[in-house]
Design a protein. Structure first.
Length: 291
């Protein structure tokens, strides 16, 4: 079975990718920032097959050549590593540089590694829709949309800017170097297992190319609250969201290319149920019964 690399392996999506890869029999070289931090590695080391086929390697996104050893001998690379902060005092240093330079550093390591045949890049839906275009229920967002860096700067949406610049840089690198890269665009409401599976399908499918939007549903938080209320009628839930009129109205995201890849989306309600069950199991949340 082939050997593959997953960057940012301790992350949410990346952890599921690692789990599914191990389940399929792959040997996984996984990069993390600190191999000695059990909070970042324990859940990976506990996965089935990890003892035999998972190798954790320390790597730094901002250090050129840091990923040379990680991708060495790999057939494919899943690049998921990218910082995310809800607030930042220095967006260039904390978000933009790590996302942009980190992506290029990983791609440079891949380009000089003869064994690497495919790169699957995890971008974000924020690299697609942040452009000022109107989004209404009749609008269908697809892979041809791109976020506008100037618009992101004007709106001070630094995470959106970091993901947009990183993906643009990746495509420019691919064009100049003549390599092939297969990014997945992820956001909205989608089951993490579907996203992880799509990464592997993109690697395994010889005809896979370009961008794939991974969104099962676009829904306002009020709809999520209603679904939760239907699933858990004894739980105390907010009667309404803080804002029932979202800044961006509900819109559509095309599933055509994702389905052509072989993706079968998990329904939103099922994903929400799985999420609550997982949160309860891990004791991250204790639902409060209604009085």
């Amino acid at each position: 079975m082939k050997t593959v690399c997953v960057t940012g392996a301790s992350g949410y999506i990346a952890s599921w990718i690692v789990k599914f890869l191990l389940r399929r029999g792959y040997t996984v070289k996984a990069s993390v920032r600190d191999t000695s931090d059990p909070n970042k590695t324990q859940h990976l080391l506990a996965l089935d097959g990890a003892k035999e086929r998972l190798h954790l390697i320390k790597a730094n996104l901002l250090e050129e050549g840091s990923f040379d050893a990680v991708v060495d001998g790999c057939d494919g690379v899943f690049h998921t590593a990218s910082p995310f902060f809800l607030s930042t005092t220095d967006p260039e240093a904390e978000l933009i540089n790590p996302a942009l330079k980190g992506t290029l550093n990983v791609l440079r390591s891949c380009a000089k590694t003869p064994t690497v045949k495919r790169v699957v890049l995890t971008s974000s839906i924020v690299a697609v829709f942040a452009n000022g275009k109107p989004r209404t229920p009749e609008v269908v967002v697809d892979e041809t949309w791109w976020s506008d860096p100037l618009f992101c700067r004007q709106m001070q949406q630094w995470y959106m800017l970091s993901k947009t610049l990183a993906e643009e840089a990746a495509w420019k690198f691919v064009k100049e170097k003549g390599a092939e890269a297969y990014p997945n665009v992820t956001s909205g409401w989608v089951n993490v297992k579907d996203v992880a599976n799509a990464h592997i399908l993109a690697f395994e499918n010889p005809s896979a190319n370009g961008r794939y939007c991974m969104v099962e549903s676009v829904a306002h938080f009020s709809e999520i609250a209603n679904i939760l209320r239907g699933l858990y009628p004894t739980f105390r839930l907010p009667e309404k969201c803080a804002d029932d009129k979202p800044f961006v109205p509900t819109y559509q995201v095309s599933k055509e290319r994702a389905k052509s890849l072989g993706v079968e989306f998990t329904p939103l309600e099922e994903s929400i149920k799985e999420t609550v069950e997982s949160l309860e199991e891990k004791n991250f949340v204790k639902p409060t019964p209604a009085i």
